[in-house]
Design a protein around this ligand. Structure first.
Ligand SMILES: [Zn+2]
Length: 290
């Protein structure tokens, strides 16, 4: 019995290695059908917090921006990593979630209210699969596209309107706000006043710049950037599952492709690298998978 078990484990390891050695098309080409609901056994087995239950009340917002991955509750010595995906929901979100599910990795998706209104079905599936949803403004307008810039009232309205769309689409609003472009104007004041935590990142993959096709070079570039963490024990990795309409963000998106195949293709390698370094994956709520 033990030998059989060991042989199976070796086969699984070999398959995993093969998957890592052949990045790109297989993962990207995987059909993005329905996602599994969060596994009930995950929590029941005591192997980490269940991902199913969304928080009903938000934690008190800190004074500043959150830039690091949360700890796990097992002590500050445990290295943690948070994968985050901005600008969705769009077609790639389900592919990304399928890869995450396969590797049992929690993550956070920062959706815009406008994109959820356009793709409520995708948003519902991502939320129902147990991922943490963050608020990424209503329509991703930069200050130069807003008369008067980002006033406190403007930022507040963007967060509140988006949370209303979230609640209507998948039943919960978000405790986390990541401002478009990482712009800070009046963000802390507005978000804190309504009990929402403001979130940035400390590792930027620059995957929003990827070309319109999936290529080895573009995928490798994302893997390289995502795994360049220096001595950081709590990387918060910025990736993009979609793109925002050019009209909402004329300057920033001029060079951006909406293609996300390279992000999808890079994910298994990024996950394998962090696991090999001993990092525990967490979402913004600090929940970890087994
Ligand atoms: Zn964005």
């Amino acid at each position: 019995m033990r030998r059989t078990h060991r042989a199976r484990a070796a086969l699984a390891a070999a398959a995993a290695l093969l998957a890592i050695a052949a990045p790109g098309l297989p993962a990207a080409a995987r059909p993005s059908s329905t996602l599994d609901p969060p596994s009930a056994s995950r929590g029941a087995a005591g192997q980490g917090a269940p991902l199913a239950s969304a928080p009903t009340t938000c934690p008190a917002p800190p004074a500043g921006f959150v830039v690091q991955a949360p700890g796990t509750g097992k002590g500050a010595t445990v290295a943690t990593v948070a994968l985050t995906f901005d600008d969705g929901p769009g077609p790639a979100d389900l592919q990304i979630a399928a890869v995450l599910q396969k590797h049992r990795v929690p993550a956070t998706f920062f959706f815009t209210g406008e994109a959820v209104a356009r793709n409520p079905g995708v948003a519902r599936q991502i939320a129902a699969a147990g991922y943490t949803i963050g608020n990424h403004s209503y329509d991703h307008r930069y200050p130069n596209a807003v008369p008067g810039g980002w006033s406190i009232n403007f930022v507040t309205d963007q967060i509140v309107r988006t949370n209303a769309v979230f609640a209507a689409s998948f039943g919960t609003s978000s405790c986390y706000f990541r401002p478009p472009g990482g712009i800070t104007d009046n963000v802390l004041a507005a978000a804190r006043a309504i009990g929402v935590t403001s979130v940035m990142w400390n590792v930027d993959t620059n995957d929003w710049r990827q070309p319109n096709t999936t290529t080895r070079a573009a995928t490798d570039s994302i893997v390289q950037a995502a795994t360049t963490v220096g001595q950081e024990k709590h990387p918060m990795v910025l990736m993009h599952s979609s793109t925002t309409p050019q009209v909402a963000n004329p300057t920033a998106n001029q060079a951006a492709s909406g293609h996300r195949g390279n992000t999808v293709a890079a994910l298994p390698q990024i996950i394998a690298w962090y696991r090999a370094q001993g990092y525990v994956f967490v979402d913004l709520a600090g929940r970890s998978a087994p």
